[in-house]
Design a protein around this ligand. Structure first.
Ligand code: PEP
Length: 251
């Protein structure tokens, strides 16, 4: 199956309003010609509205970096799926390793968020990935398998059409150490096999699996043309138009 590459920029807690809008405006123009790849940006919550307006009608989709698993109510400091849709977001990243490690998010809680997001009509990027310790103790498949299974629990085959998986080895995020194309490919192939068992071979073939972890213009081509790698989730290199676009134009 010919899966369309999907390149997404996770801006994390970076940029200010002016820089966020300027970056969005630069991507808007540069991505107009893209027909054979999808591009999305994930700004901080407070800039979503303005970035989404800057990118309205363009080829660049806009999403959030997190959301609440509840629809509304007394959840101080949280943001709901309906609020994201209301300001023009169409997607959400869930289960990023920084959420898991720094904010105590669990596989079960992430699964609830995935169900809430899809139920509300958002697309989802579900992140999975092992720590260095887990890789060194041969636990990678067990860990990413558990994260995938719990994160996608109770989804229908139809809902899976709105899910992208991002394999992001924790040891490669923000460290400058990327997985080799073979290391990435091996895990992606493993995850695709799991998807076939959890859902169906058709779903497994259709689901895009991004690689994330120190993707840069210099390594994008090798990583993104590896078997079973369908694009990238980019952190640091997504903060400047030149580096993000060089990755998005990997071929
Ligand atoms: C990320 O946090 O999703 C990420 C991949 O970051 P970086 O590209 O900076 O490693």
């Amino acid at each position: 199956m010919n899966r369309k590459p999907y390149i997404a920029g996770n801006w994390k807690m970076n940029l200010d309003r002016r820089a966020a809008v300027a970056l969005a405006a630069a991507l808007r123009e540069a991505c107009q010609a893209f027909t054979d790849r999808d591009v999305a940006v994930f700004p901080p919550f407070v800039y979503l509205d303005e970035v989404a307006r800057t990118l309205a009608g363009s080829k660049v989709r806009v999403g959030a970096q997190n959301m609440c698993d509840a629809a509304n109510g007394a959840f101080t400091g949280e943001v709901s799926a309906a609020m994201l849709l209301d300001v023009g977001a169409t997607s959400v990243i869930l289960g990023h390793s920084e959420r898991r490690q720094l904010f105590g998010e669990t596989d079960e809680g992430i699964g609830r968020k995935v169900r809430t997001a899809l139920g509300a009509g958002l697309d989802v990027i579900l992140c999975v990935g092992e720590t260095l310790d887990e890789r060194n103790t041969q636990a990678t498949e067990r860990v990413v398998g558990r994260q995938l299974t719990k994160g996608l629990e109770d989804l229908t085959l139809d809902q899976m059409a709105k899910v992208t998986v991002a394999y992001e080895p924790v040891w490669a995020i923000g460290t400058g150490l990327n997985a080799t194309p073979k290391q990435a490919s091996d895990v992606h192939t493993y995850l695709r096999g799991l998807l076939a068992g959890l859902f169906s071979p058709k779903v497994a073939q259709a689901t895009r699996i991004q690689y994330g972890g120190s993707v840069k213009p210099e390594n994008a081509r090798d990583l993104l043309t590896s078997p079973d790698v369908d694009g990238a989730l980019v952190g640091g290199a997504a903060l400047k138009p030149d580096s993000f676009l060089a990755i998005a134009r990997f071929r």
